[in-house]
Design a protein around this ligand. Structure first.
Ligand SMILES: Cc1cc2nc3c(=O)[nH]c(=O)nc-3n(C[C@H](O)[C@H](O)[C@H](O)COP(=O)(O)OP(=O)(O)OC[C@H]3O[C@@H](n4cnc5c(N)ncnc54)[C@H](O)[C@@H]3O)c2cc1C
Length: 385
């Protein structure tokens, strides 16, 4: 057991920190002001630096390093903002990983090198207007007609919708009820019949570019099937990596909130001494530190435990629940010790508070993850029906 980062992981961390602090701070401000996603040229720069394929094998244009290496980089970018971390999240943890583990070889060859270089980004589209937690009740239907798939339906909340060039689309691939009919298909943005709604107006994570997707007789070859009907188990296995990405974004926000609060409470004086000299402030800072360290350890344990495969449901769910709840506590403590400055849009804590909330909603919300944890403890899944 070794709780220290390896030399290689430390090098990744330093390179990511340098890049994030020098090149992404201004980009993050623009994303926050405009709600626009990271510009294509910045994503290409991330690709040049290798950050879009850290844990993707070299055969597909990546660096072939490990999951912890990728998460260390993601944390550094998430410290600047969730918006600038998003392309690295999607490539190293999100739908690109579903393609890596489950797509046919031709599709991996076609998409992954372009993801790694930053030429394109892939988003994941599961949610629908009537389907959130109950993912196995998807209505979007892909009908197999000879060597073609004809897809109809409406998807909702997709991060990167209309901006990403590729989509891992969860849909119904057979007329079978529940999970037995659900699989996933790969689509590209320019597919005839595919269109996008206006961007959602979320409280935080401005720059994620969420929107509805309308699929109106969209046709793609059957070879675009990533996971056939009944393959939800595989989709959820790769989704555990997405959950560690989600947890790491929460961690990055929490770690940066601690940095901001530490600096401010040492500089700001009341009653003739720095805020940090008051014991109540010391306790809040200590609680923030405990949350950050514990979240990081749980995330890295889940990633390390996966070795060359995918992380386990139990380790991932434990890490995600903790990190998702920890970041909400950390930003609340951070805002409290900063007083009015913590509440002002002219200072960084306010955005961190808004960006902190969502991680416990997406990627399998906290409450369902807890149900999953107990399910793993007793060795059975609890039906939600
Ligand atoms: C910023 C953001 C980005 C997103 N990005 C994407 C994306 O890229 N792709 C995508 O497909 N979707 C995305 N989503 C959607 C996200 O995946 C869903 O919000 C999530 O799956 C929950 O679904 P819902 O919001 O419909 O909540 P509902 O399913 O309506 O549930 C609401 C609440 O009810 C409770 N609840 C529901 N069911 C249960 C249960 N069985 N057990 C216990 N409690 C329960 C929980 O507290 C839950 O939070 C995004 C959402 C946000 C906010």
């Amino acid at each position: 057991m070794d709780f220290k980062l390896s030399d290689q992981q430390r090098e990744f961390q330093q390179a990511a920190r340098r890049f994030a602090q020098q090149e992404l701070v201004a980009v993050a401000k623009d994303c926050e002001r405009t709600s626009d996603p990271v510009p294509d040229e910045v994503r290409r720069r991330m690709g040049e630096l290798g950050f879009l394929g850290i844990n993707i094998p070299q055969a597909y244009g990546g660096l072939g390093a490990g999951k912890v290496d990728a998460l260390v980089v993601l944390e550094e970018l998430a410290k600047v903002s969730a918006a600038v971390a998003f392309p690295v999240f999607e490539a190293n943890c999100g739908p690109a990983q579903t393609l890596l583990y489950f797509a046919p070889e031709w599709l991996k060859q076609r998409v992954l090198p372009r993801v790694c270089s930053g030429e394109m980004m892939v988003s994941v589209s599961m949610s629908e207007p009537d389907v959130g937690t109950a993912m196995t009740e998807l209505k979007t239907r892909a009908v197999i007609k000879g060597d073609r798939l004809v897809i109809n339906g409406v998807k909702r909340w997709c991060s990167g919708a209309g901006h990403a060039q590729g989509y891992v689309l969860y849909c119904r691939l057979a007329d079978k009820p529940g999970a037995a009919g659900v699989g996933a298909v790969y689509l590209e943005k320019d597919a005839p019949g595919m269109s996008f709604g206006k961007p959602e107006n979320f409280m935080g994570v401005r720059g994620f570019h969420n929107a509805e997707i309308y699929l109106d007789d969209v046709e793609v070859p059957v070879e675009n099937i990533i996971v056939p009907a009944g393959g939800v188990k595989d989709l959820m296995r790769s989704f555990n990596m997405e959950r560690l990405g989600n947890s790491t974004c929460a961690l990055g926000i929490a770690a940066s909130a601690l940095e901001v609060a530490l600096a401010y409470t040492q500089e700001r004086q009341q009653f003739g001494k720095p805020l940090v000299d008051f014991q109540a402030v010391q306790l809040r800072l200590a609680e923030m530190k405990i949350d950050v360290e514990a979240a990081r350890l749980l995330i890295h344990r889940a990633a390390q435990g996966a070795e060359d495969g995918l992380p386990s449901l139990l380790d991932t769910s434990v890490a995600k629940c903790f990190a998702n709840e920890a970041v909400r506590r950390v930003v609340a403590n951070g805002a409290q010790v900063m007083g009015a400055v913590g509440y002002s849009k002219d200072y960084p804590m306010e955005q961190k508070m808004r960006d902190a909330w969502v991680w416990g909603i997406g990627g399998g919300h906290i409450d369902l993850q807890k149900v999953n944890i107990t399910g793993e403890l007793v060795g059975r899944r609890f039906s939600q029906r």
